[in-house]
Design a protein around this ligand. Structure first.
Ligand SMILES: [Zn+2]
Length: 201
């Protein structure tokens, strides 16, 4: 069943979600700038006990036994598509909704952090945002790359995705804007938006 967000219907595949899970995903998608969803072709929900297909491998090639989700290109030739074309899919493991596996995704009335992290990858690749920061804001790049990452995966791109997720997940009251967040906000992922994106209160 498609999920309405960013002014369009986003297709879903795989396992059916409960009403609560669907609401949480829709709430999460509606917290990011609608433009950031333009390159999302569909969301897929899977049971992590099912075989993991190669196409769901992280584009960096690293194997991940369990991360809660992953982001991939949808087809060969996606590099030739224009920014904003729907060239990415996000896979979410169904047990990322479990308070045991991912309590951060299960707060009452809250957002799905894992989905925000995956959207961080999608936004990074859609706008070449982290490359831009590396070229134009070396101090900001170092800030983000130095950030601790608690997931299974490593690498600077993971830090970018975490910064993006944190910006959307935590309200101003809970987390002051950091230097890393300021650098992401100054990248084309946000400076190209109109009107300027404001985080929820
Ligand atoms: Zn990641």
């Amino acid at each position: 069943m498609p999920i309405c967000a960013g002014g369009r219907q986003i297709q879903t595949r795989g396992l059916a979600l409960t009403t609560d899970q669907t609401d949480r995903i829709a709430r999460t998608l509606n917290q990011v700038p609608p433009e950031h969803l333009r390159s999302l072709q569909y969301l897929s929900f899977r049971d992590r006990d099912a075989p993991v297909l190669d196409e769901h491998r992280h584009p960096t090639g690293e194997m991940r036994p369990y991360a809660g989700g992953s982001t991939s290109s949808v087809a060969r030739g996606w590099q030739a598509l224009e920014p904003g074309e729907r060239r990415f899919l996000i896979v979410i493991d169904i047990d990322s909704f479990s308070p045991v596996h991912r309590p951060i995704n299960c707060q009452a009335g809250g957002l799905h952090y894992t989905l925000l992290h995956e959207l961080g990858h999608l936004v990074d690749w859609s706008y070449a945002a982290f490359n831009w920061i590396q070229a134009n804001d070396p101090a900001g790049f170092a800030n983000i790359a130095a950030r601790a990452h608690t997931g299974i995966t490593r690498g600077a791109q993971e830090r970018f995705a975490d910064v993006y997720a944190d910006m959307v997940f935590y309200s101003e009251a809970q987390r002051a804007t950091t230097d890393a967040m300021r650098s992401v906000l100054a990248s084309p992922a946000f400076t190209t938006l109109s009107p300027a994106w404001a985080r929820r209160p």
